[in-house]
Design a protein around this ligand. Sequence first.
Ligand code: GUN
Length: 283
Amino acid sequence: MGKIIDGKALSAAVKEEVKAQVPELEAKYGRKPCLCVIIVGENPASQVYVRNKVKAAAYTGMGSELIELPADISEEALLAKIRELNGNPAVDGILVQLPLPKHIDEEKVIDTIAREKDVDGFHPGNVAGLWLGKDCIVPCTPAGIMRMIDSIGLDLKGKRAVVVGRSNIVGKPVAKLLLDRHATVTIAHSRTVDLGSVTREADLLVLAVGKAGLVTGDMVKPGAVVIDVGMNRNAEGKLCGDADYASCEKVASWITPVPGGVGPMTIAMLMKNTIACYLSRMA
Ligand code: GUN
């Protein structure tokens, strides 16, 4: 039976690290780090996520601000707000919660956030940095996944890793991070034919497609580690991942729960990234 990788406990430990660091940074550089989170519109899931992000920042003692903008704000007005924050020396991190309303070009928004304040690691400069192996901000969810892998002491050298999902936020960057650990990495996705034949090869399986119960126990190699990034509602409205937890946990050696797995780690790594952005400007 699979052991649980407790994202909540691990996230709490990371937040404690940051909480201890904040007063030291303030003493050294004369001000605290500060994170600004922008939400456009009223997507209920996004509202929960951004509140948790700002709450975590407040917990660590850093400065934080939630900027709530109406769904019908013009693209230009949003870009103007971002430029204002780019130019504000007291702001270290800028996060614009995705997805954005359809009339706003997400790519333009991401490109407008100053690279050195891009706590999400979505800016092309940071993406290039990741793929070229240069110093950069690593997206929060992939960074959190790697921290979870490290917490169980999994050595990926020569192992088979399968990532299901190819988003810019999770699938692609986590594949690169696994490659950096010398895993043999396969990226599968919604159009992969016979997904089970691919996932059954995996010593490490990262699920990031957003389809409830997509991967069942018979698709998991016995003893594999399963990291579930999915955040779905099942037919009963219950939060669940991309793995069918009941059958997968019988086969896996380690598995992350939903909720309480990758989600809290994303927020913890956002705190770390805010500190990294602060230090890139102050140190
Ligand atoms: N929407 C879903 N995940 C994320 C994330 O990590 N950052 C932002 N900005 N939006 C998201």
